[in-house]
Design a binder for this molecule. Structure first.
Ligand code: NAP
Ligand code: F7E
Length: 323
């Protein structure tokens, strides 16, 4: 039986990936950081909380990763754990560097010490493109990160490349563009919008305060994107891939789709609040997923309209259940 260790299993992607791997017959372990309140709600939402082995540990604590590796004995490791909220990375740059950057090195080093044959996936990010050098970003586009988060991800990305080149290890980086779902954290803009639209529709909220609604993102569905992660580790050769839809939309138009769905006009509710502006913005991200399609046979299946509808239906149900 194949065995996988997922860091960040309690996050959006970790939960979907765990479900995918369980469906493929894997034994799934996950690194779980100690928190004061429970963090397994996503695993519960997907009905898999009792089907995965949760091992205590923290990405900033190398010995705990080594112990988790010894316990899980994985043939594949997916490093998805990170401080992943870009806006917070200016408020907590050192913590972000330690978990999102140095944490990658801890997992790579623990993998090398345990068994160089373990296949390793790193959750790299389109935020590394930042102030974009090409209008459509591919694996060949130079990086220019714009946040402490992007800088930390770039460190993890190059470490992943370096371990492949230095130790001949099977290490892959997925350069994933934004991907969302009903399990997305509430602070990210898509989920902030769908949660607010549900609350406004059901009479529990009056307005929606947002920052730069002219920013453009290439949004896909997380359920599609975890398949690309798995495919990367099934290839003959380790490599890096852009994973994206190839379309991009403004935050403004994404809001319009969400409000239209419940029969409301976004202009009546959206209030611009400069508190949500970022010290340095990434104005546009648009990925070219041609390599992932050609080599992995992967492409995004879910349209932005379908994604927003899926998220809205889930948030409408959640808000109704709270009543
Ligand atoms: P997420 O929902 O924020 O999940 C992050 C996970 O990392 C959570 O399980 C969190 O645990 C864990 N974590 C944070 N700090 C940790 C630490 N010090 N030690 C151990 N675990 C820690 O993120 P996501 O959206 O699933 O994204 C997964 C990965 O892909 C992240 O690395 C993210 O940066 C990257 N990425 C995401 C996107 C996207 O659009 N979603 C795009 C590109 C790359 P708690 O639950 O305890 O906080
Ligand atoms: O912001 C703008 C904001 O926080 C998207 C992470 O998964 O994807 C994600 O990072 C855009 C930005 O995601 C609000 O300024 C406007 O331009 O949803 P977001 P992100 O920063 O793109 C990348 C690929 C990752 O790797 C990250 O881990 O929306 N925006 N008004 C707002 N954003 C938020 N959060 N809240 C607002 O009120």
């Amino acid at each position: 039986m194949k065995s996988a260790l997922i860091t960040g299993i309690t996050g959006q992607d970790g939960a979907y990936l765990a479900k995918l791997l369980l469906n493929k017959g894997y034994h799934v372990s996950g690194l779980i950081a100690r928190r004061a309140t429970p963090t397994t709600w996503r695993l519960q939402y997907l009905g898999i909380a009792n089907e995965v082995d949760l091992i205590n540990g923290d990405l900033t604590d190398l010995p705990s990763i080594v112990r988790a590796m010894n316990k899980a004995k994985p043939s594949e490791i997916y490093n998805l754990g990170a401080q992943s909220f870009v806006a917070s990375s200016w408020q907590q740059p050192v913590l972000t560097a330690q978990s999102t950057g140095i944490g990658v090195l801890h997992v790579l080093e623990a993998t090398r010490l345990a068994d160089c044959a373990i296949r390793f996936y790193q959750a790299s990010s389109s935020e590394m493109f930042g102030l974009v050098r090409d209008p459509i970003q591919s694996e060949a586009t130079p990086f220019y990160p714009r946040s402490p988060y992007g800088v930390a991800k770039l460190f993890g990305h190059w470490m992943t490349v370096n371990y492949r080149e230095s130790f001949n290890m099977f290490t892959c980086s997925g350069i994933l563009f934004n991907h969302e779902s009903p399990l997305r954290g509430i602070e990210f803009v898509t989920r902030k919008v769908t949660d607010a639209v549900a609350r406004i529709k059901l009479g529990q909220q009056k307005d929606l305060r947002l920052g730069n609604i002219d920013a453009k993102r290439d949004w896909g569905y997380a359920g599609d994107y975890v398949e690309a992660m798995w495919l990367m580790l099934q290839q003959e050769q380790a490599d890096d891939y852009v994973v994206a839809t190839g379309r991009c939309t403004t935050v403004r138009d994404m809001c319009k789709i969400a409000f239209d769905y419940v029969g409301l006009n976004y202009e009546d509710y959206v209030v611009i609040d400069p508190a949500y502006y970022r010290p340095a913005e990434v104005d546009i991200l648009l990925g070219n997923p041609a390599k992932a399609k050609k080599v992995l046979g992967w492409e995004a299946k879910t349209s932005l309209h379908d994604l927003i509808e899926m998220m809205l239906e889930a948030d409408l149900a959640r808000v109704r259940a709270e009543k």
